[in-house]
Design a binder for this molecule. Sequence first.
Ligand SMILES: C[S@@+](CC[C@H](N)C(=O)[O-])C[C@H]1O[C@@H](n2cnc3c(N)ncnc32)[C@H](O)[C@@H]1O
Length: 270
Amino acid sequence: VVIARASGTHARPAPSAPARGARAVAWHDLECGRYRADLPLWRELAERTRSGGRAGAILDVGAGTGRVALDLASAGHSVSALELDPTLLHALRRRAGGTSVQACAGDARTFQLRRRDFALCIVAMQTLQLFGGAAARKAFLGRARAHMRPGGLIACAIVTDLEPFDCAAGDPAPVPERERVQGVLYLSIPTRVSVHTRSLQIERERVLVPKGAGVGSERALRERSLVVLDRVSAAELEREGVAVGLAAEPARTVAATADHVGSTVVMLRA
Ligand SMILES: C[S@@+](CC[C@H](N)C(=O)[O-])C[C@H]1O[C@@H](n2cnc3c(N)ncnc32)[C@H](O)[C@@H]1O
């Protein structure tokens, strides 16, 4: 689970701070880009699309800056990477230059691509839980089905449960993620996870420390980041898939790591 949307900036960017787009890409890379635990499953599913020596086309939905798409392309797969956020899409397009990844702007709930013969559609890292509820998921599943070849597989990684904690109430904070990009230190500190009837909410404090300043310096920028994930179970998602004409197959799992929760990967066949 990562934090993808920021809100509540408490400080004005210092003149030496990186531009907004560069910051958005750096936060995404820090909070999403380092995750590796799911890659073996996507590689396995991608390999299974091969028939007669040819690999099938892959659709990566909510591709971010290309963590999954670029990994599969490096193994020889052809990937269309759909992304809603123009800033991330721009970074993805730059990184995909010279590879077999095609960056596509679009919303998972309404997209229309020319290709309609995808053998595998991957929705990694709880992206499906950002779409905005059951009607939005249904819209996505309908669009995905329309883009698959007969027998194509739609694989969606979801998190069904999180362990709540609150640093403000004295709970210990998990280890922050940190990265220095062009001299600027990016620090992402999980501060609270809360479980609600319809959502799982994850809050972080993001601290950006300009070149030459310390973490406690007045020049460090602090902002709050909040991710709201829709709650959905594997059984519910399978029912939603069946309702749009997909067939549910046994779900897979991605094990938890020291830094990331595990996920259930719902498998829906066109
Ligand atoms: C948690 S990140 C995962 C990024 C990437 N798939 C990965 O696994 O590293 C979720 C991504 O989905 C994108 N996203 C969210 N809602 C979307 C939508 N409705 N259509 C397309 N992309 C969306 C976000 O902009 C973000 O890049």
